[in-house]
Design a protein around this ligand. Structure first.
Ligand code: MCN
Length: 785
């Protein structure tokens, strides 16, 4: 690409497919995760968690032998409960206590914290505690919770609706009147977990020398955790240090302030003892912030060829018992309704977002937040419109897309799509999958009786949200900037201190590539430091596909300033004019002469007498980056797949999967591709396997990997990734974020392909995951041809 071509140096800058700097450490088994940390006197924590969905606590009996090792809400009453309050009118706030006070509201809610030298002993203590519960009727489903006479999850609320918001633009009645085609659909997307390789976890201990509480958390945003934890504990932020060690995947579930963090930190502060909690799989599946659980009532109005005239959508989301901090319970439904029209030019929209409170684990962000549901809704609806028009869905889809010459384009929901060619992206995906060949194959039929289907789905992914966008969302924290501090060591190596947190995205490499782009320093000479509130500048963390754009922008600005200083010093040492020197390969060049960065750093730190007159010693520059005051940089993609379904067993095999995407300028195409493929794997989990259903008692029915399926190597096909590169006009280098995109389209693409395969059997599925059982049930219920 253009940026790489402009880098005659060593080909390690923006656009270069550099291998990851951080991999060696991990491959050698030298990663240090929360569970690996050793501290003298460390006590392990097990939580006593509620076995009931909804109950009043009448009493708690702790065996005499365990007194002093079990602590209740009253023991940490000084810690403020978590309270995430949305700004939307009518938003109902709830306190999320670290340990339950008087009442439990979901299976898995924490009641007591138990301490012992080993986790096993702590679990034994937890099991010895007797709780006297008065059972209350469980609100185990959003429809149950919405019933007019339903009991309340939070007694002081008038009903179980957290908030209802609406976006209504244009004349829907006119669209309805003019429509030749009207299509209704009701859809459901299942609830599931995030399932990071490493679960959540926290360690807290008092550092006597520094007189500060040190909290290690497997988190995506250590600085923000420090701020909210300090407030909750009544500590000065200068007396609290939050460190994210190596983090084995976050995917959004580690992007919340969790009650476990609060409880462990509060008790460690009170007792002055080091404590550790490491989430186990059952806790993760039952009590970590869950993902998705959307329901949709949709109506599309279109002309006879399927051109969309208007869209009506009602999104309901089961957000569980409490609002997670800082996102609030309203995030999923609000984002889904706000991005529903995706890459399509739909002039009229009436979208309602309803967030429902139930007796389930709270819902939090998960890769593809809101948009995975939105794409599922609009993309299955467009297929239905195309069928009603008697046309190929790919054609109808492409005809409805925002045209490239309409960019920048303001969507009906107010998003400003900055750049790109959505129809071309879709055309490339369809061409790569060879739709004509798939249709011919369908005509011939399969020798083994399986049915073949083709499906596609497109999306827009908002990234690099600026200050104005976060303000508009009314969150307690506005995340519109990111800092970087570039610091040379006296031996001429560069350390980048950044506020974001790398947990698998490859940022230790891509940020070094940005530094290389500005300074010509070899990537191997750059170290990226992150994840420690005491060592890095205050930053907002890694989520919302923001880090490459935001931290990349900050590193670029800081390094550009550094490059100026290095040029000045280098020119002085070379006795050359400043304009005549160039930076390359870790050296400053004047014709055939050079001085190395090591010589320059030596002068800057250890021999200031060699510096130009008036030049400050030391090599340290910082910058804060904010992208333009837009709604962000919009990536986009089309996913297309073919699958075979066995009508006898309901088993689905993905035969081919193509992603054509555009994330603007790619800093590292290798990492971008890996991000896409990883996202697709998770999206296939949503589409085909992952689900935590609840029974009528509010009991989660999947609490181990025996009853919760995740896609493994055998289930994930070879994903073919095609890149387009339309730089964003709003960001440094034209970068757009893309870390979530892979997970957005698979549910829609797979369900569309499945319905394409089952069409001749008169079957249409409208939910995820499309398990073999659901396929068989749908086929059994279909009218016989
Ligand atoms: N990148 C690039 N060029 C671009 C955009 C991105 O080279 N134009 C590369 C960079 O290496 C960057 C990565 O792709 O680090 C993802 O970039 P970005 O879109 O900025 O996303 P973030 O770095 O902010 O990562 C967050 C994103 C999200 S929101 C989830 S959820 C998710 C994801 O990243 N969680 C992940 N990918 C993950 N990957 C791993 N391994 N683990 C997780 O928990």
């Amino acid at each position: 690409n253009a940026a790489a071509a402009a880098d005659p140096n060593t080909g390690q800058g923006v656009g270069a497919p550099v291998l990851r700097n951080e991999d060696r450490r991990f491959l050698d088994g030298k990663g240090e995760y929360l569970a690996d940390i050793q501290l003298p006197g460390l006590l392990e924590v097990a939580f006593l968690r509620s076995p009931l969905a909804h109950a009043r606590i009448r009493g708690i009996a702790i065996p005499e032998a365990h007194r002093g090792r079990v602590f209740l809400a009253s023991d940490i009453a000084f810690a403020q409960p978590i309270s995430a309050v949305g700004a939307a009118p009518g938003f109902k706030a709830s306190d999320y206590p670290a340990l339950a006070v008087e009442k439990v509201r979901f299976v898995g809610e924490m009641i007591a914290i138990c301490l012992a030298p080993t986790r096993a002993e702590a679990e034994d203590i937890a099991q010895s505690i007797q709780v006297d519960f008065e059972e209350l009727p469980p609100l185990w489903d959003m429809d149950v919770a919405l019933a007019p006479d339903a009991p309340r999850v939070h007694e002081h609320w008038a009903d179980n609706v957290v908030v209802e918001t609406r976006i209504a633009v244009g004349d829907l009645a006119a669209a309805e009147r003019d429509a030749a085609i009207t299509v209704h659909r009701t859809l459901a997307m299942g609830r599931h977990a995030g399932v990071s390789l490493e679960g959540r976890g926290v360690i807290a201990h008092h550092d006597r020398r520094m007189d500060e509480l040190v909290v290690y958390s497997s988190t995506q945003f250590p600085h923000v955790i420090r701020t909210i934890l300090a407030r909750a504990l009544g500590l000065a932020e200068s007396k609290l240090r939050v460190v994210a060690p190596d983090v084995g995947g976050g995917f959004g579930i580690k992007n919340n302030f969790n009650p476990e963090e609060l409880a462990v930190a509060a008790l460690a502060l009170k007792l002055g003892k080091p404590l550790r909690w490491v989430e186990d799989r059952r806790e993760h599946l039952v009590a970590s912030p869950h993902a998705r659980e959307h329901r949709y009532d949709l109506t599309a109005y279109a002309d006879a060829r399927g051109r969309l005239l208007g869209l009506k959508a009602r999104v309901r989301v089961d957000a569980g018992a409490y609002s997670v901090w800082p996102w609030t319970a309203a995030m999923e439904a609000g984002m889904s309704a706000g991005i529903m029209t995706g890459p399509y030019d739909i002039p009229v929209y009436d979208g309602t977002a309803v967030t429902v409170c139930t007796n389930k684990s709270p819902l939090g962000p998960y890769r593809g937040v809101g948009r995975t549901g939105a794409a599922f809704a609009i993309e299955t609806l467009i297929d239905a419109v195309a069928r009603a028009a008697g046309r190929e869905p790919a054609d109808v889809r492409i005809e409805n897309m925002v045209a490239p010459d309409a960019m920048p384009y303001r969507s009906v929901t107010g998003k400003l799509y900055d750049s790109g060619d959505y129809p071309e992206c879709a055309r490339r995906a369809v061409a790569a999958i060879d739709l004509a060949a798939v249709r011919a194959r369908q005509g011939r039929g399969e020798p083994d009786g399986r049915l073949i289907g083709f499906g596609m789905a497109s999306y827009t992914e908002q990234s690099a949200h600026g200050t104005a966008e976060w303000v508009a969302r009314g969150l307690p924290v506005v995340f519109g900037y990111e800092p970087a501090l570039a610091r040379f060591t006296p031996d001429g190596k560069l350390i980048l201190h950044v506020g974001i947190q790398n947990h698998g995205q490859g940022l230790e490499t891509t940020l070094a590539q940005v530094a290389h782009q500005e300074l010509g320093i070899p990537v191997a000479d750059v170290v990226v430091r992150h994840g420690d509130s005491s060592l890095s500048p205050y930053g907002m963390g890694t989520f919302a596909s923001r880090s490459m754009t935001m931290a990349g922008g900050a590193v670029s600005l800081a390094c550009a300033r550094m490059a100026e200083k290095i040029r000045r010093i280098g020119a002085h040492l070379l006795q050359a004019p400043r304009e005549a020197v160039r930076l390359a390969g870790g050296q400053v060049w004047f014709g055939e002469q050079f001085v190395s960065f090591a010589q320059i750093a030596d002068a800057a730190y250890l021999h200031p007498e060699r510096l130009p007159e008036g030049e400050d010693p030391a090599l340290e520059e910082s910058a804060v980056y904010q992208p333009g005051r837009s709604t962000g940089a919009f990536s986009y993609a089309t996913h297309a797949c073919t699958l075979a379904v066995d009508p006898g067993t309901g088993l689905i095999e993905i035969l081919d999967y193509v992603v054509c995407h555009d994330c603007g300028t790619m800093v590292n195409p290798l990492l971008v591709e890996a991000q896409v493929v990883g996202g697709v794997a998770q999206g296939l989990g949503t589409a085909l396997f992952e689900e935590i259903p609840y029974d009528e008692n509010g009991q989660p029915l999947a609490s181990t990997f025996l009853d919760y399926m995740i896609p493994g190597a055998c289930e994930v096909p070879d994903v073919r990734v095609l890149h387009m590169e339309t730089p964003s006009p709003h960001t440094r280098f034209g970068i757009k974020g893309m870390g979530e995109g892979g997970a957005i389209s698979p549910p829609a693409a797979v369900v569309n392909a499945l319905n394409d395969a089952l069409r001749r059997r008169g079957v249409e599925l409208a939910c995820t995951p499309v398990t073999p059982l659901r396929v068989r049930e749908a086929l059994a219920a279909a009218p016989r041809a």
